[in-house]
Each structure stands twice: as structure tokens, then as C-alpha cells.
Ligand binder design. Structure first.
Ligand SMILES: [Zn+2]
Length: 205
């Protein structure tokens, strides 16, 4: 069970977010992964496990929008931790239009809007989906790249821009890498990613 302002791990009272300050430290991953084919680098905020994983599942599959607020508050902590870097543009990975309509919200955009909108570079609409894709979680890692091939399009100018891409989860990085490829083909100078959470399982050999 989750309570509005209590830590999802130890149940202590919290002022905001998903975790209390103590659990936030233990859940923080802040793991940098090497660049993929097109992505120059990525940082995954929290471990994709336990309470956070459960909240994201309820958001995605049961449309429980009450979890947007605490997750967005966690994104504020992450954006602070990431503030040394300077970007021309922050773009969120768009959800498939049909899925967005069904849920009534776009998870990456909703989670990061409050944290990054203030910086004046927030342009979540620059990247759009032009093709419906099967959900990545149901596919084997080697099928994920072909599933998202050609699914994005850039609207507006990204010429010469250093871009930060934000998303909720990084698992294999295939979607983020395809988004980075599309942005670079449209003239972006570099593309980095920040995700609310991630799992390193797919990178361990
Ligand atoms: Zn706690």
C-alpha cells in the first residue's frame, strides 16, 4: 500500500516524492552507461525495482495517475543532481498516440515537466511518434531495436543543439537510441539521456 506522503520503502513520513531522504540514498542508482550507437551517454536515476517499479506498473497498466505526483517530485531531485550539465533543449520520449489517449497522460512528459520546465529549455513536443509500436517490455532485447525503427519524427529545429532526452525507464536503451538517431539525423549535435529509473541487467555480460 502507498500513502500520499509516506516513504514507499520504510513508510516514514516524507515531505515529497516517493522516498524518504534515507531510502532515496539507497535507491539512487545515478548510473552512467556508455553511449549506445547514437546516444552519447545516459544516466539512470533510480533502481527499477520494488516500490518504484510497482508504481510505474500501476501507472502504465492500470492508469493510476495518483502516482504521477510523487514520481514527478522524485524527478525534481534527479534534475538537481544532473544540473552541472547544460543542454540547449530537453525533449521527452513521446508515448504512442493511442496509448496516450487511453491513459490520458504521457508518463515521461508528466514526470519531468515540473523538474525541467523551469529551465526554459523544455520542449517535449519536438519528438513525435509517427508509427505505432508493440510495447518494448514484451520483446526480447534483440527484437527491441527493429520494433522502434523509424517510429519517431522531429518537428521543429534541433540544428546544432545539445539535447537531453528524458524517459521513465531505461532497460536496453533501444527506444532512446532510436530517438537519438532521429534527432541527430535532423541535425542535433549531441544527445544524452536521463531516465527516472533503470536496470543494469541488460548490460551485464
Ligand atoms: Zn524510507
Amino acid at each position: 500500500m502507498f500513502f500520499a506522503q509516506s516513504c514507499a520503502v520504510c513508510n516514514a513520513e516524507t515531505e515529497s516524492g516517493v522516498f524518504c531522504p534515507v531510502c532515496r540514498r539507497s535507491e539512487l542508482l545515478l548510473e552512467a552507461m556508455p553511449g549506445l550507437l547514437n546516444l552519447d551517454g545516459a544516466v539512470m536515476g533510480y533502481k527499477y525495482s520494488g516500490a518504484l517499479k510497482e508504481m510505474l506498473h500501476k501507472l502504465k497498466f492500470e492508469g493510476e495517475s495518483k502516482f504521477l505526483q510523487p514520481l514527478a517530485e522524485e524527478a525534481v531531485f534527479l534534475a538537481q543532481a544532473y544540473s552541472e550539465s547544460c543542454f540547449d533543449m530537453v525533449v521527452s520520449v513521446p508515448t504512442d498516440a493511442a496509448r496516450r489517449r487511453q491513459r490520458g497522460f504521457d508518463i515521461p512528459e508528466s514526470i519531468f515537466a515540473g523538474a525541467l520546465a523551469v529551465k526554459g529549455v523544455w520542449q517535449p513536443q519536438v519528438l513525435t511518434r509517427i508509427k505505432a509500436t508493440a510495447p518494448q517490455y514484451g520483446l526480447a532485447p534483440d527484437k527491441r531495436r527493429s520494433n522502434v525503427l523509424g517510429c519517431f519524427e522531429v518537428r521543429g529545429s534541433v540544428s546544432g543543439a545539445k539535447i537531453l532526452l528524458v524517459d521513465d525507464i531505461l532497460t536496453t536503451g533501444a527506444t532512446l537510441d532510436e530517438a537519438a538517431k532521429t534527432l541527430k539525423q535532423a541535425g542535433a549535435k549531441s544527445v544524452y539521456a536521463l531516465t527516472l529509473c533503470g536496470s543494469l541487467e541488460n548490460f551485464k555480460k
